[in-house]
Ligand binder design. Sequence first.
Ligand code: AMP
Length: 397
Amino acid sequence: MNVLVINAGSSSLKYQLMNPETGDVSAKGLCERIGIDGRLTHKTADKKVEKEIPMPTHAEAIKAVMDILVDANDGVIKSVEEIDAVGHRVVHGGMEFSDSCIINEEVIAGIKKCIPLGPLHNPANLLGIEACQKAMPTTPQVAVFDTAFHMTMPAKAYRYAIPTEYYENDSIRRYGFHGTSHKYVARRAAALTGKTEFKMVNCHLGNGSSMSAIKDGKSVDTTMGLSPLAGVPMGTRSGDIDACIVQFICNKYGMSVDEALNVLNKKSGVLGLSDGKSSDFRDLEAGAAEGNEACKLALEKFYYEVAKYVGAYAAALNGIDVLTFTAGVGENGITTRKAVCEYLSFMGVKIDDEKNNVRGKETLISTPDSAVQVWVIPTNEELMIAQDTAELVNAAK
Ligand code: AMP
C-alpha cells in the first residue's frame, strides 16, 4: 500500500510517500514559498532534485508533487492511481475529533469549526486537503489530528480553573499537541518493553516541546494547553508563565495582546533566556561550554522544568514504569537526558552514561537496577499518520 502523507503549512507543504506496513519511504520532499514564488525539493533513495516551480496556491504545490512522483526520471510511481490513500496532518481537532477519520464534508466542516482554536494552522491544513481532493478526487483522504491522542484526558487535567462558561460556551480547555508523536512513542514503548499495562511519561523535546503522562497507552495529561504555548520552555516559546505578565507587558510597552503573544511565541523560551543567542540546543551547549552564563541559565531552566513535569506526572500516575525521550533534543541531547535524569534520582531513575551516549536510535539507556526504564525512541509522526490512514481506509473497504 502507498500512503501519501501531507503536512500543509501556510506557505509550505511537506510530503512523504510511504508503505505503512514497512515504514519504507519511497519519496519525500518539501514545497516552499507557496504564494510567493515556489520551490520544490524532492528526495528519493538515490536522488535529490530542486526545482523552481510557480506555486501561487497550494493547488499548484500539490500538482508539482503529483508531477514529480510520476516523473519518468525523478518519480517513484507510474501513475497517481498508485497512491492508495492520503493522510493529512491537522493541528487542531478541538472537541470535535478524538481520533483520526476519513475526510468527508462533515469532517471538513468540523475542521473549519476548530479554526478559532487553531487560527494559524487549521486554514493551511484545509488548503492542503482541498488541493489533494481536487488532484485525486477518488482517492480516500484521512485527517490525523495533533490533539486527538489527548482527548482521553480526564476533566481534572483538561479543565482550567476559570469560570465554567468559558469552557461551555467557548470550548476553552487544555487540548495538548504533538499527539501523533506521543501516540507513536507510546506504541513503540509498549512494543520495546513487551508491556501493555504500564505508566509512562514521554518527553517530546524539540524546537517545540511537550510532555505527556500516558497510562496503558492513553494520554491522561499533557503540558501544552489550549495552544502550543503552554508547558515547558521551548526554542522560542515561553512555556507556562503567569498570565498577568501579558497585561504588564502590554501596559508598560504599549503593546497589543497580539504583540505581547508574539514575544511569548517567537522571542522567548531558551532563545529569550539566552539573551537572543539561539533557540538551537547545539548552539546553547556550545555557548555554555565557552562559559556564557545566559546559555547556561537557558539550559538549566529547560532541564529543571522538564524534570519538574516528570515529577508531577509521576505523582499524577502514582509512579511510572517507563520514561521516554524523543524529537530533536530528546533523541540527540545526551547532556539534556543526563541532566533531567539526575533530578529524578529520588525516584530511582538511573541511567548508564555509555548507553546514553546515543543519538537518534531506539535505545534503553537506564541501568538494569533503575526503578524506571528510560528509553530514547525516535519519533515518526509520518509513519503514525500513514498507519492511521491505512487502518481506516482498509476498514472501510
Ligand atoms: P525538532 O523540532 O524535533 O526538529 O528538534 C530541533 C532541535 O533539536 C534543534 O533546535 C536542536 O536544538 C535540537 N538538536 C538537534 N540535534 C541535536 C544535538 N546533536 N544535540 C542537541 N540538540 C540537538
